[in-house]
Design a protein around this ligand. Structure first.
Ligand SMILES: [Zn+2]
Length: 174
């Protein structure tokens, strides 16, 4: 994705109020970030425990989503899959997040929910060779990574479309 300034990130948020945008804490080290390597900037708000954000390019512009994590965590003895990046991890590292839909629907409490990596760092996670491809040669490993990146991009677009009321996403938790 293209690098964004702090102001551009704040402007990108589509599903929260101005006061919520003003209260949001941005990730540190934005200048040090390798923007070209990632498809989405995701982070948890260090000052608001259950808040998190995803910012990515959608329809030719930067779109930021404010998310709220469930205040319960799943057992670390089970495993679970992030429905955005498809990483399988300990269930404690995956969280249920809800995003308010835009406009009136959102103001009336209408949300989209899904299971996502608790740290919202799907973008970096998909750059790792998946365990299922570790025994393959380098070329096949990089293909497997490309596939994960493409999958994340596609599911993220679908999730955002649902929040923007463009089209419903079947991966939603209902
Ligand atoms: Zn993920």
């Amino acid at each position: 994705m293209l690098a964004l300034t702090e102001a551009a990130i704040r402007r990108s948020l589509v599903n929260c109020s101005r006061s919520e945008v003003a209260a949001m804490t941005l990730p540190r080290d934005l200048d040090a970030l390798d923007w070209a390597a990632i498809d989405v900037l995701g982070w948890r708000d260090p000052k608001a425990e259950l808040r998190g954000y995803l910012v990515h390019e959608h329809g030719g512009r930067a779109v930021g989503l404010a998310l709220r994590a469930a205040d319960t965590t799943m057992s670390s003895r089970r495993s679970a899959m992030c429905l955005l990046c498809h990483s399988v991890q300990s269930a404690a590292a995956i969280s249920l997040f809800t995003a308010r839909r835009v406009g009136e629907a959102g103001r009336n409490g209408n949300t989209v929910g899904t299971y996502i990596c608790a740290d919202l760092d799907c973008a970096h996670r998909v750059l790792d060779v998946p365990p299922t491809a570790l025994h393959l040669d380098e070329e096949l490993q990089s293909l497997a990574v490309e596939e994960r990146v493409a999958g994340l991009r596609q599911r993220l677009q679908a999730f955002t479309s649902d929040v923007l009321l463009e089209r419903a996403w079947t991966g939603s938790f209902r």
